[in-house]
Design a protein around this ligand. Sequence first.
Ligand SMILES: Nc1ncnc2c1ncn2[C@@H]1O[C@H](COP(=O)(O)OP(=O)(O)OP(=O)(O)O)[C@@H](O)[C@H]1O
Ligand SMILES: [Mg+2]
Length: 252
Amino acid sequence: MSQSIVISVSGKGGVGKTTFTALLLRELIELGDYGVLAIDADPAMNLPAVLGRSVNETVGDLIERLEKEVDPDEITVSFEQRIWETITENRDFDLLAMGFTEREGCYCTVNRVLARIVDSVTMLYDLVLMDMEAGLEHISRRTDRDVDIFFIVTDPSKMGLHTTSRIIDLTKTLHVNFKNMYLVGNRFPKKSEKILYDFAEENSIQCVASLPSDQNISKFNLLGKSILELPENSPILIPTKNIIRNYVEPLL
Ligand SMILES: Nc1ncnc2c1ncn2[C@@H]1O[C@H](COP(=O)(O)OP(=O)(O)OP(=O)(O)O)[C@@H](O)[C@H]1O
Ligand SMILES: [Mg+2]
């Protein structure tokens, strides 16, 4: 093994990106065979809470600290080594939070920093799992370069589907070539699933799952419990396991 598999999860705000990222992580940990780095690339930083883990320092914090400590010209030199200071090591996976958004005139645009992190960890993990910021910005900034699986999550709403088509169009316009791009429906009632699969066909994207609304997810969210501890019989785990088995494991 020399290269990580990089997975990124995108979509409109509130459609279930963080939940889906956490579910993928839960299943990968369950398999137990893989070294995983989870990256919260959303400045709103919900992933650590959903996973029930904390992050001491974000990449944004590190950059601010370095700007105070070091001559700005030297930051680029030391940055790669220092990035490891922000990675929280858990027993079963590592976690890194970007924790900042684009800053005017900063040498360290989100794009460059995230791309460099992904580049520099390539050798060290089997898999890098990124929970992206809602919307389209990160695609135009090309933070998703070298992505092996680009999941777009949509809920059963016109806006969710609309954002999905805009993301697909943007990847074409910008010639961003994700090796695999898949659609994941979340909380579609059985009756409306045809709309999801028809949409996928019309937009030439493979829909790999329709995740059900799952009471355990709502309950765990309300109680602040980690999705990693979701009971094995939770309905949402069935399609999640299928995705891992059919679309993720074959690349590992
Ligand atoms: N399948 C599901 N069943 C029950 N609740 C769900 C499901 N998917 C998501 N939710 C709930 O919907 C809310 C939004 O989900 P989540 O935070 O994963 O969305 P998001 O796309 O990451 O949002 P944001 O754009 O704000 O980052 C959360 O309260 C989550 O618990
Ligand atoms: Mg989120």
